[in-house]
Ligand binder design. Sequence first.
Ligand code: C5P
Length: 355
Amino acid sequence: MPPSGDHRYFTSTAVLLNEVIKLAIALTLAIYETSKTLAPSTPATVLFEQIYNAVFSGDGWKLILPAVFYTLQNLLQYVAVENLDPVHFQVLYQVKILTTAIFSVVLLRRHLGGKRWVSLIVLTIGVSIVSLPSPESAVDALLLHGMPDHYFPRSKHELGQASTADLSPESHLTKRSATYEGIANDLPPPDPLMNYSVGATSAVVAAVVSGLAGVYFEKLLKESSSHTSVWIRNIQLSFYSIIAATIGGVMWQDGSGIREHGFFEGYNWVVWTAIGLQAAGGLIASIVIRDSDNIVKNFATSISIVISFVVSVWIFKFNVTVTFLIGTSLVLLATYIYSIPERSRHRPPAVRIFS
Ligand code: C5P
């Protein structure tokens, strides 16, 4: 819960609003999809009745489980991000690549050959390496944006009277090496609001739940007995997720804070943009899961991390670092290995040349 007066938003409200936006979009698309199957003169009431029946009759209740899992995953992700630095979060959360593969084998009876397991391990390592900052870029960023005093207490003595206004290259270099030492030897005290073990546990549990939720959703989407469209499935998922996010997040996790400060405490356009992107990402993920699978979706998100870094190099003039090049090479190598067709397990009988 954010402390009073710091104007941070309540993460549970973001999880809930994400589901409300997804529900609105999925409902719109389901109405459009169903209307195409009906005659133009069909009254709107019939259209809504069809959608109502599709959502609430049959096996719609089965979405309760993935809804609870996805809501838990989203809440845990926020807890992890609040308690960990972005690098540790990214690295730990990549465990989801392996948990997704394990659940695909267990729940969907999918066969993954040795080559594919190797490629998934290489992908996990590669995307983790891409997320690592190079020490140089961290130091440059700190020098550029200003160093808090406690970063280099010793170096300040060594630098004597050197003023921060001295911007000569020599001064920059001296400061830079002093800063390296400062970072290595004199790390500032950790943020007292951050709890590493809570953050790390949340990230790993979120990664396990990500695999379970995704694969279970895929199972329901592809069940041969069900021909329910992806938009109806998304309506069902969001409907139960809204209940889960309201009870587990807004009432239980942040209830007292929200009563004190209000539901929209700390909201600004950045928070709204993040919620909008999360909703769009969720709906796109469901299409990828329908048309391919969760493992391929994880390849896509890993490659998107690489692409967003390349765009940052281009737009924000980020440095291309050695770690980035190694990580990217591993991600590309893993994608290549995964895409090599596996040899069939049921080999045709050997042709007898001599009888
Ligand atoms: O990290 P991961 O790839 O598991 O994230 C998938 C995201 O997609 C989750 O935040 C989940 O809530 C979202 N999702 C969704 N609707 C679906 C499937 C996934 O919002 N139908």
